[in-house]
Design a protein around this ligand. Structure first.
Ligand code: HEM
Length: 546
């Protein structure tokens, strides 16, 4: 009885102490934060701040409203009144993401989710670990290496088009309605399997393929339209719990976490098998050019700076599928949607593709060579315009790992009447970049930046502030965490697009005119009124008679 009394007193005191610490933290972050004088919208709720709107509303709409009211940079609220700096300012994005190295790192929630989903991969690694992961992986993603993969992408594209042609041949009407994201994701998974791992997932033909089914709708299942409770819990755990406890998130019995656990289990099993096979080939002196061969070779290295553990090698495979599959398949999906909405753009694109194919044939080539890809001015304009307009990863987040001073491209009028050209932030301050709004800034992309117009790229003037690896678009991130697969993605994107437009014509359906752009880490299409069906964008497909 006496022991019980002491125990309950100790527990009560510990509980009270924890509550006081949190209370002080909340009050501090609410009232005494370095961002308190930055203007911004009033939060719809204190406990969730703007996170509910940011994660649940149609993609890009609210950011535009905030930009129009507050200018390039504004303050939003996280949970329990926490101030967050939100921006579309190229100078801030350049400073935080591109030039300040590890002064700004990924936010804890994303780091933990990346670990749950992929294991100890490059998507999770930070600081020295991250440098090591990146230096091992980068050589596999150069221009030469990515270009060398063109035949692999072409094979996957031709295979998918072959399946569609067979189905069209059976269709009495001569046309088919296909749900594009589901169709294309299988082909991009096969492409990544061959290109990155020299492995055939067989996802195009095998509808029961376990890995393909897990990766189907991955982002929608784990990040799409999260409940308010989920947003609060994730943000609370990752902001106020020590990282050592956050790893236990994997035991939360939610649908999303269960899916992540399953995905990690299945893909790690496949990765282990692949690594074992690669090791055998390496021992036999047969080296591959694919990413996995490189990782396996680094695994055997004696040099600590270029060595990955077995677990890290398996995790990189998961990372590439997570980072490289749905991003590319969704980009292709949005492109076909825009082409269906704008038949005149589709016809102009097809004319260029047919012309380049003809020229290739005249040179005795069966396909347009990758060396000609950049010469396809209109095709690349359509690609750039689509990823500008339908920014696949609409928002990126960082947290300051030490105090810093952030420069602005446009001065801000603070709530206490000062005009400032830089914002001092303390360690722990979160910064959200709206890539979606940056990609629509009229001063960079022109007065019609809110409309889809590939022609803008035919006379584009370079902006003064340079950002990211691809045409100053806020697409592939920037700096230490910039996408390593961007060349891979662009060549894959163009190869698939050429094949699709050469073989088929795409038209709108009733459902595709009700498509809503939804945030789920990657921006995904949902049909209004059919949100429970997951990612959907049904288009009418007809075969071209070239
Ligand atoms: C259209 C396709 C793609 C888009 C839009 C895209 C976008 C991005 C973005 C925005 C980032 C930076 C995230 C951040 O700032 O935290 C990123 C990182 C990354 N991407 Fe991509 N990506 C694409 C395709 C690919 C492909 C095909 C691969 C690999 C095969 C890939 C692998 C990665 C990896 C490993 C990282 C993490 C890099 C690091 O943290 O150092 N991505 N990607």
């Amino acid at each position: 009885m006496y022991t019980y009394g002491i125990l309950s007193t100790v527990l009560l005191s510990a509980g009270t102490l924890v509550a006081i610490v949190y209370l002080v933290k909340f009050i501090y972050s609410y009232w005494f934060n370095c961002l308190s004088n930055i203007p911004g919208p009033s939060p719809p709720s204190w406990w969730l701040g703007h996170l509910g709107i940011l994660y649940r509303s149609p993609a890009g709409v609210i950011e535009r409203q905030w930009y129009e009211k507050f200018g390039h940079t504004w303050r939003v609220k996280g949970i329990c009144g926490k101030n967050i700096l939100m921006t579309a300012d190229p100078k801030i994005i350049q400073f935080v993401w591109q030039t300040s190295g590890y002064t700004f790192e990924r936010v804890p929630i994303n780091v933990q989710l990346a670990k749950l989903l992929t294991g100890p991969s490059i998507l999770w690694a930070q600081h020295e670990d991250h440098k090591r992961h990146r230096s091992v992986m980068l050589p596999a993603f150069g221009t030469k290496e990515s270009r060398a993969l063109t035949p692999v992408f072409r094979t996957a594209a031709i295979k998918l088009c072959g399946v569609w042609k067979d189905r069209l041949a059976m269709a009495k009407s001569g046309c088919l309605v296909l749900n594009m994201p589901a169709e294309i994701a299988r082909a991009t998974l096969d492409a990544i399997g061959h290109a990155a791992f020299d492995y055939d997932f067989g996802a195009i033909e095998d509808k029961d393929n376990e890995l393909a089914n897990i990766f189907q709708n991955l982002f929608m299942t784990i990040r799409g339209l999260p409940s308010k409770r989920k947003i609060f819990a994730e943000s609370f755990f990752t902001n106020y719990f020590p990282a050592s406890l956050v790893q236990y998130m994997k035991y939360i019995p939610s649908k999303g976490i269960k899916h992540m656990n399953k995905s990690l289990e299945v893909s790690t099993k496949v990765a282990q098998d692949l690594v074992a096979r690669k090791n055998e080939r390496l021992i036999m002196g047969k080296e591959g050019r694919d990413v996995m061969s490189l990782l396996v070779k680094s695994n055997a290295s004696e040099i600590e700076q270029t060595k990955l553990s077995d677990e890290e090698v398996y995790a990189q495979m998961n990372a590439m599928m997570v980072a490289g599959n749905e991003t590319t398949s969704t980009t292709l999906t949005w492109t076909l949607w825009e082409l269906a909405r704008h038949p005149e753009i589709q016809a102009k694109l097809r004319a260029e593709i047919v012309q380049f194919s003809r020229e290739a044939q005249e040179k005795g080539l069966s396909e347009i060579p990758v060396e000609d890809y950049e010469k396809m001015v209109y095709t690349t304009a359509v690609m750039k315009e689509t990823i500008r307009f339908h920014t696949p990863i609409m928002m990126s987040t960082r947290v300051a790992t030490r105090d810093a001073i952030i420069p602005l491209s446009k001065p801000i009028q603070t709530t206490d009447g000062q005009t400032i050209t830089q914002i001092p932030v303390t360690k722990g301050t979160s910064v959200f970049a709206s890539y979606a709004q940056y990609n629509r800034l009229p001063e960079i992309w022109g007065p019609d930046s809110y409309s889809y117009n590939p022609d803008r790229w035919l006379g584009m003037v370079e902006p003064s502030i340079k950002l990211g690896p691809y045409n100053n678009l806020g697409i592939f991130g920037a700096g230490i965490h910039a996408c390593i697969g961007w060349r891979f993605a662009i060549i894959e994107y163009q190869t698939f697009l050429i094949q699709f437009i050469n073989d088929f014509t795409f038209e709108m359906t009733e459902a595709s005119s009700k498509v809503r752009r939804t945030r789920a880490s990657v921006m995904l299409p949902l049909v209004e009124g059919e949100e429970d069906q997951g990612c959907q964008l049904p288009l009418l497909v007809k075969r071209n008679r070239n």
